[in-house]
Design a protein around this ligand. Structure first.
Ligand code: NAD
Length: 443
């Protein structure tokens, strides 16, 4: 099938690559000329396990191509995905300008029927806006082509995106058209062989399903972080509590890890966007507002521990920081907890020696060169000349470090762990002063 994808980001590029891999002919359109040029030269703009060989082999086989030529993209695909960003506007509501710009572009260039599939995360009612924009543009140009607009939200996880798209848990289709459902079933049939994963529903429910899923996951995290704060207040250990509640099958062990807050491009913005669109519709989403507020303060938690430990005297301190990306297996730094920490440390007069397996380039891009940030080639090098260590991201390679070396290299045997990677008793045996989240302020 001929498929066009507008937006070559985390969602669009991965989706395009897996579609090409199963034999569809895919054209990707982006407004970023540099990104398109680099992709054509084999440079994959994001780190995502398994993505580079997939994109390269399909590009070489001619099954996927990259362009900024929107007219060519629209002419190519009978199915056109919208996978552009929906960043927050000044109020935190989802900004639809990129989505609507693509809708207008499609209508401007189309000369036959198109199935327009929205994959971006968008507020309920956006499909109606896309339809209206397309209808208006067509009528302005005196064109009378027909089109279908569907909602097909994306559930991939950064860090596991290729696998998630190759073997999706579910494919949500929001449509009111039988022919559109048939077309999408055919498009997705290579990913739907084991059992039927396609759930068809009305468009508004599909749009809300995406927000509901992300908000539920964010709620689990903020709930556990609230419990970790209570564990500190009451002198309990959140890790015991976690295991205790996870053993209830109605709760389960998944996604109930306490930590230094959630980040990334999705949870913060989607919780905020749903709360804002609820309030615009006259409804106060109190749970969502609380989820957001808890996360906001949780991201400051590590700095609070550090600040208290040093009674606010951080001037001239050098901090070794392991982990910059918002979670492991990605180079994505959007809304990462490490950024809140670094910015607070800098404001307090400390400097940072940081290491991350994948996000160093992105950190450099965001912060440029500054005297109080050194990006180090290994996690051990980040310890050289540092006073203490902070861990912000739970990369696998941080889980069993050489504690003797850590102690030897740091000027103080002090470790702040934002992801609860280690046992406090073991840290005590190594002679490390250890702070973790919700495990007693320090041991
Ligand atoms: P991204 O910022 O990585 O990529 C968006 C791309 O769209 C950019 O390359 C940008 O240049 C391009 N673009 C903007 N306007 C365009 C236009 N008019 N024509 C063509 N290209 C244009 O975004 P992303 O992380 O891939 O997210 C895209 C959408 O998918 C968002 O709504 C997001 O909430 C949602 N989503 C993201 C994830 C994730 O893990 N990143 C998961 C599920 C859903």
């Amino acid at each position: 099938m001929k498929v066009t994808v507008f937006g070559i980001g985390y969602v669009g590029l991965v989706q395009a690559a897996v579609m090409a891999e199963v034999g569809h002919e895919v054209v990707c359109v982006d407004i970023d000329q540099d990104k398109v040029n680099r992709l054509k030269q084999g440079h994959i703009p994001i780190f995502e396990p398994g993505l580079t060989p997939l994109v390269k082999s399909n590009y070489e086989a001619g099954r996927v191509d990259f362009t900024t030529d929107a007219a060519h993209g629209v002419a190519h695909g009978e199915v056109i995905f919208i996978a552009v960003g929906t960043p927050p506007d000044e109020d935190g509501a989802a900004d639809l300008k990129y989505v609507l710009a693509v809708a207008e572009t499609i209508a401007t260039h189309m000369d036959s029927h198109k199935f327009v599939i929205n994959k971006s995360t968008v507020p309920v009612g956006t499909a109606d806006k896309v339809k209206a924009m397309m209808a208006h543009t067509l009528s302005y140009a005196n064109k009378s082509m027909t089109f279908d607009v569907l909602s097909n939200p994306e559930f991939l996880k950064e860090g596991a995106a290729v696998n998630d798209c190759m073997r999706p848990d579910r494919i949500i289709l929001g449509t009111d058209s039988e022919s559109a459902e048939k077309k999408l079933r055919e498009l997705y049939s290579p990913f739907n062989r084991n059992h039927d994963k396609i759930i068809v529903m009305d468009i508004r429910s599909a749009e809300l399903t995406k927000y509901a899923a992300n908000c539920m996951l964010a709620t689990k995290i903020s709930f556990m972080n609230e419990m970790s704060n209570l564990a500190e207040v009451f002198g309990a250990d959140i890790e015991n509590v976690r295991k205790g509640i996870g053993s209830d099958p109605r709760i389960g062990y998944q996604f109930i890890y306490p930590g230094c807050g959630y980040g990334g491009s999705c949870f913060p913005k989607d919780v905020q966007a749903l709360a804002r669109s609820a309030s615009a519709a006259g409804y106060t989403a109190r749970v969502l507002e609380a989820v957001e507020a808890v996360n906001y303060s949780q991201k400051e938690k590590l700095f609070e521990y550090i600040y208290k430990h040093f009674s606010g005297d951080l001037k001239g301190k050098t901090v070794a920081l392991w982990g910059l990306s918002f979670k492991p297996n990605t180079d994505d730094m959007r809304e990462a907890s490490s950024r809140v920490l670094m910015e607070k440390l800098w404001a307090a007069g400390a400097s940072v020696k940081a290491y991350d397996p994948e996000a160093m380039e992105e950190t450099q891009r965001i912060y440029g060169s500054r005297d109080d940030l050194a990006l180090m080639g290994t996690k051990e090098a980040a310890l050289d000349g540092a006073d203490f260590l902070v861990i912000c991201t739970e990369w696998q390679s941080f889980r069993a470090p050489d504690f003797e070396l850590i102690k030897q290299k740091l000027s103080m045997p002090l470790l702040f762990d934002g992801r609860n990677l280690f046992e406090p008793t073991l840290m005590m045996e190594y002679g490390l002063h250890y702070y973790a989240i919700g495990r007693g302020l320090s041991v």
